[in-house]
Design a binder for this molecule. Structure first.
Ligand code: HEC
Length: 167
């Protein structure tokens, strides 16, 4: 059973965009200025970190949609998702929103509702940790179900704290 109908639907839901979903880069004009300050550097580093997270999650989902998924591929991607989830809270220093990188999709609420944001991040960590546990076994239906739970944690946070911008 397909986890999520189509790759395109997943890409749209995650806001990865067709170019990134295909492995390319978005917004070619969005280059970090040479004299970037710490907040701007953090905003661009976050962009790279989310691309890595999005790529691993897409890799996981694509593998699970195959008739005979490779557990090695599933586990590697689940591991990246979990390690990124642990790091995520450090990606948002104060002042690193749109003021630091105009293309940033981080809403002001990340900082004005810091408690809510922390709780969304911690829910994601819980789901991603569970995912690596389930993926250590070989019950594909259980892995698919926990992948879906993890996706809900991505989406739950994006709904409140991310303002998608078309690029
Ligand atoms: C706790 C909140 C939170 C969670 C959980 C979360 N995200 Fe995000 N995500 C954000 C925010 C905020 C942004 C916008 C960051 C920016 O543009 O500065 C974002 C941006 C992104 C981007 C676009 C990055 C870019 O710069 O182009 C991708 C892709 C992404 N997230 C994927 C995921 C995936 C996949 C998951 C789950 C496996 C996930 N996110 C979980 C908050 C979250």
């Amino acid at each position: 059973m397909a986890l999520i109908g189509k790759n395109a639907a997943l890409a749209v839901a995650l806001g990865i965009g067709a170019a990134v979903a295909a492995g390319g880069a978005i917004a070619h004009d969005d280059v970090m200025p040479k004299n970037a300050n710490a907040a701007t550097k953090a905003a661009y580093a976050r962009h790279e970190n989310f691309k890595k997270l999005g790529g691993a999650f897409k890799g996981l989902n694509d593998e699970l949609r195959k008739p005979s998924p490779s557990l090695a591929v599933v586990r590697t991607n689940a591991g990246v998702v979990a390690s990124q989830s642990r790091a995520l809270p450090t990606w948002f220093p104060r002042g690193s929103g749109v003021q630091a990188r105009p293309m940033s999709e981080a809403k002001a609420e990340v900082w004005t509702d810091a408690a809510g944001f922390t709780s969304a991040a911690s829910n994601f960590q819980t789901q991603a940790a569970k995912l690596t546990q389930v993926a250590a076994g070989s019950d594909l239906d259980a892995i698919r179900a926990q992948t879906r739970q993890t996706f809900m944690a991505c989406r739950g946070c994006h709904e409140k704290y991310r303002q998608e911008k078309k690029s």
